[in-house]
Design a protein around this ligand. Structure first.
Ligand code: BGC
Length: 485
């Protein structure tokens, strides 16, 4: 049962506060995603000993969640197009809750793997529908920030997991809690029930996406929702705009994704999805302690450095959230990718030099932090934002699901291969490859990715249609923004 009447209170810029509350809550989907991404590295140290894992089983424990996420992302979009965004978020929170519980209580490694796969399924679903929901409730002027709350939640979830791991590893907190042993991996993994419960309970009272409602003929309900989440805009006009794009075409399904006019958006989404991963962010997120160790830092310093990576990731994501609707998506992506190429290139050079101690060690550390910072300002938030913006309403859920599925699949591929590449070819070559991919991504963005700042989702859709009919090309500049500002 959704809330009948929102607070209606307006902020200084005329935006209804309720939309921020709703978006922040939906961004909990990102928190689950980030928490699980970050928690396993620390927990694994103890699981390995406790359940006597072989290296193979260790990899299965890690990658079962990624495999689950690929499956979740594959189905989430279509289901969200059919039964609505809000219900699917609810389902994902239940799945995540159950999976976390299974992991926390797992008597054997098989149960643990099953729990990880279930949690992965929930994360895969949530990673599609969270940004989708936020893009559809947001007014155009602040859509970038609201959708990017999702990435802020991902990075906060990763940092939160590092903190939970650290605290539960061995600390005064563990000493004080007589029922928790040091290195309590079950508590680390089971802690996921907390954000899952917050998300589930919160979504019970949140409204459905007005765009999905109009698309499904429930115009009165959509008007009620818009009443609650808008103040100074013309709600009738917004409904009319959504209706127009919704009436142009018959009900969409997955096969529509191959239609020529949708293809450019599909290529942009899938391309960015793969490039976000093959430029290597998770080699750093998953293996930061290992990398720091090889730069010459001791164990404790490596853990502290890993926390530093988490903090840089969060802080620069906040900067991106503040900038994204002012400077636009393309500038952030281009600057971010150029910075990533240079910094990870620097890391490659540092590893090629003889001996990494002393000054060169610190230069390498600086490169690592800069690389994370440049990811956080561009590719991190902007990928998730764009795939929630560039697709037509009819197929938005399915198309976003496809892009997200490619993102998880590329994540899995990189996680499974990067360490072997480093073992065979050395760290310098490994990071050099990431620099190469960053340059490829820069060129891809420059030539193919449109600017969406300030435009309504319906205007973006019209542009897509127009360019396919031989009209103007998809806009690569800020010029189009001015008409709706
Ligand atoms: C990526 C994740 C990554 C995270 C790090 C997200 O945008 O999709 O794979 O772990 O950013 O902040």
């Amino acid at each position: 049962m959704a809330i009948e009447q929102g607070s209606g209170s307006a902020t200084g810029d005329g935006t209804n506060r309720f939309v921020y509350v709703t978006a922040a809550l939906a961004a909990f989907t990102g928190l689950l995603f980030g928490f699980d991404t970050g928690v396993i590295s620390g927990a694994l140290l103890y699981i390995k000993q406790d359940l006597s894992l072989t290296t193979f089983l260790e990899q299965v424990v890690v990658s079962s969640a990624l495999a689950g996420a690929i499956c979740g992302a594959a189905v989430a979009g279509q289901i969200a197009d059919r039964i609505g965004r809000r219900r699917v978020i609810l389902v994902s929170s239940v799945i995540f809750f159950v999976g976390s519980l299974v992991m926390g209580l797992a008597p054997t490694v098989e149960w643990l793997i099953a729990g990880r796969a279930v949690v992965g399924l929930g994360i895969g679903i949530a990673s599609v529908v969270g940004p989708l929901y936020n893009s559809e409730i947001a007014p155009p002027k602040i859509r970038g920030s609201l959708v990017s709350l999702n990435q802020l939640a991902i990075t906060s979830g990763i940092l939160g997991a590092y903190v939970v791991n650290y605290v539960l590893a061995d600390s005064v907190v563990v000493d004080a809690l007589s029922f928790v042993d040091p290195g309590a991996w079950r508590w680390m993994l089971g802690f996921g029930v907390v954000p899952a419960a917050v998300l589930g309970l919160g979504m019970l009272v949140m409204p459905e996406s007005p765009r999905w409602l109009v698309e499904n003929g429930r115009v009165d309900e959509a008007r009620d929702v818009l009443d609650r989440i808008r103040t100074d805009t013309d709600i009738d006009r917004e409904i009319e705009d959504i209706r127009e794009v919704s009436e142009i075409e018959e009900e969409g399904d997955v096969t529509d994704l191959l239609e020529p006019w949708i293809r450019p958006a599909l290529i942009v989404g899938i391309g960015l999805a793969i490039l976000q991963q093959v430029t290597g962010i998770n080699t750093v997120i998953y293996y930061a302690p290992t990398i720091l160790n090889s730069i010459g830092f001791g164990d404790v310093a490596s853990i502290a450095g890993t926390m530093g990576v988490g903090v840089v990731n969060v802080v620069l994501t906040i900067v991106a959230v503040m900038l994204i609707d002012r400077v636009g998506r393309r500038p952030l992506l281009l600057v971010g990718l150029a910075g990533m190429a240079l910094s990870v290139g620097g890391l490659s050079v540092a590893f090629a030099l003889p001996g990494l101690s002393g000054v060169i060690g610190y230069v390498a550390l600086a490169c690592l932090m800069l690389y994370v910072a440049f990811f956080a300002i561009g590719m991190g938030p902007v990928f998730w934002l764009l795939i929630a913006e560039i697709y037509p309403l009819k197929v938005r859920g399915s198309a976003e699901g496809v892009a997200t599925m490619f993102n998880w699949a590329a994540n899995l591929a990189v996680s499974l291969t990067f360490l072997s590449i480093i073992e065979r070819l050395g760290q310098s070559v490994g990071f050099g490859i990431l620099a190469g991919f960053s340059i490829v991504a820069l060129v891809f963005v420059y030539y193919l990715v449109p600017e969406t700042r300030g435009r309504s989702l319906e205007e973006i859709e019209e542009d897509l249609r127009g360019s396919a009919l031989g009209g103007e090309d998809l806009d690569m500049s800020d010029a189009a923004v001015d008409r709706s500002d």
